[in-house]
Design a protein around this ligand. Structure first.
Ligand SMILES: [Zn+2]
Length: 69
């Protein structure tokens, strides 16, 4: 079977997903009153509602960066 082609398809789809996630998330890391991970209301000037969300967000971003390479 065409393993290489399958993998290429997966890569392309994955790359698109990664860039989209990047464009929609990373570029607008401004404190807008919402947690950047779960969208919960947070105090003004705060990016995340707690350290769990921050950690999860950073883990997610790290995974995306690793996958994007
Ligand atoms: Zn949160």
């Amino acid at each position: 079977m065409s393993d290489v082609a399958d993998r290429a398809d997966w890569r392309i789809a994955h790359d698109i997903q990664v860039s989209r996630a990047h464009a929609s998330r990373t570029l607008q890391l401004e404190a807008d009153g919402h947690c950047h991970y779960c969208d919960e209301h947070v105090a003004h000037g705060v990016l995340f509602c707690n350290t769990d969300c921050r950690d999860d967000y950073e883990k997610e971003q790290a995974a995306l960066r690793r996958a994007g390479r």
